[in-house]
Design a protein around this ligand. Structure first.
Ligand SMILES: *[C@@H]1O[C@H](CO)[C@@H](O)[C@H](O)[C@H]1NC(C)=O
Ligand SMILES: *[C@@H]1O[C@H](CO)[C@@H](O)[C@H](O)[C@H]1NC(C)=O
Ligand SMILES: *[C@@H]1O[C@H](CO)[C@@H](O)[C@H](O)[C@H]1NC(C)=O
Length: 354
């Protein structure tokens, strides 16, 4: 018999939700089965992981985004603020490794794209300084490898490529790059680039009709070749064929209260995790199988503490843990004569079934 346990974690600016695996007496095959039974009975197998990170004192700014490199077990977090490290690197276990701020102005989105040969992390930078209006690729230690866009200059150009408030990107296994540009600037575009940065297709119009956008804020690609875009200002998710760019459909009905800020899949591809910023809420939505996306169906919600404002999130492909960057959470330090400990604004999470 498999016994289910759920271990999750949350902390400060930063909340980590971890799926706990079944622990027990049995083969790995049985373990996986236990996990599916839990989903089928509609339990939400997430819990706040109060042990993550080990030390939250590293969060000295406002946390805007997070990327998990499951292959290497690394968590990259980007924060904004003056005279602070902008990118923090932790292990998935919650230990701090290193940080950098060299060439990072105002981070908005982040993506980890590691292969067996290369660990890399991409950042969209919405700053207006000399490093802003760009998308940058770094290695795991913060060395700048590639810059897309015209540093320090916003624009609408395609050749050379220019951005204004680029929101997020996704890099798939083949190296193809999907960019949403952007977060309320001049552009409302979804761009697909090849790994050598040639444009493969583009949807570039502001509007409310199919394949038009109003603040395309987050992008991800599923295992059946569909590109999912959180079209925040239009309160919908739009879906495209990744090869042709063809519009496949939109979900409106789950987002009448507030548009989606972030969109990610669980590793089994069965659920879409969506953040709603001002509602301080995560939605677990059933992911449709290949083909028509149909209507949106919320399976459960995770209500975070008031005003923590979940901005962007990522899901570990290995553990299924959800990591949420909360731009509104406040870290409070409590000190006595000997030491300081931190209080987290996010302890009040509730998990509800809908
Ligand atoms: C970079 O981070 C260091 C701390 O790691 C800080 O002292 C320095 O002021 C930061 N620089 C900038 C430009 O923010
Ligand atoms: C959240 O609320 C602020 C302040 O009212 C507003 O400016 C912003 O557009 C809202 N964001 C979303 C995603 O609804
Ligand atoms: C979606 O919902 C609408 C309105 O309830 C309904 O008319 C339509 O048939 C539904 N579509 C699918 C694919 O379920």
């Amino acid at each position: 018999m498999a016994r289910f346990w759920v271990c999750l974690a949350g902390a400060g600016f930063f909340l980590a939700l971890l799926v706990l695996h079944s622990r027990f007496c049995g083969s790995p095959v049985l373990r996986k089965f236990a996990f599916q039974i839990s989903w089928r009975t509609k339990e939400i197998p997430y819990r706040l992981d109060v042990g993550w990170p080990k030390y939250s004192e590293y969060f000295t700014g406002a946390t805007f985004c997070v990327a998990i490199d499951s292959l290497s077990g690394l968590v990259y977090i980007a924060q904004r603020g003056d005279n602070i490290p902008k990118v923090l690197v932790f292990t998935e276990d919650g230990y701090f490794l290193r940080s950098w701020n060299y060439t990072v102005d105002t981070p908005h989105g982040i993506f980890a794209a590691s292969t067996l040969h290369e660990q890399s992390v991409w950042i969209t930078d919405v700053g207006s300084g000399s490093y802003g209006h760009t998308i940058k690729k770094y290695n795991s230690f913060g060395d700048l490898v590639q810059v897309l866009g015209t540093p320090g200059k916003k624009g609408t150009g395609l050749n050379p490529l220019q951005f204004d408030n680029p929101a997020e990107l996704y890099v798939d296994d083949t190296g193809d790059i999907y960019i949403v540009d952007g977060d309320g600037g001049l552009n409302n575009r979804l761009i697909k680039l090849s790994q050598d940065f040639m444009m493969l297709w583009l949807h570039g119009e502001r509007g409310t009709g199919p394949a038009k956008f109003n603040i395309p804020h987050s992008v991800t690609v599923d295992s059946s070749g569909r590109v999912w875009v959180a079209d925040r200002g239009n309160k919908r998710i739009q879906v495209f064929d990744k090869d042709t760019g063809e519009w496949l459909g939109a979900w409106n009905n789950c987002f009448t209260e507030e548009g989606p800020s972030s969109v990610r899949f669980t590793p089994d591809g069965k659920y879409v995790i969506v953040a709603q910023l001002n509602l301080s809420r995560l939605l677990l939505v059933a992911a449709p199988p290949v083909g028509s996306i149909g209507n949106c169906s919320v399976i459960g919600t995770i209500q975070l503490a008031d005003q923590v404002l979940p901005h962007l999130l990522d899901v570990s492909g290995k553990t299924g843990a959800i990591y949420v960057a909360e731009i509104g959470a406040k870290l409070e330090l409590e000190c006595d004569a000997r030491s300081c400990s931190s209080h987290h604004g996010t302890i009040k999470q509730q998990i509800q079934r809908s």
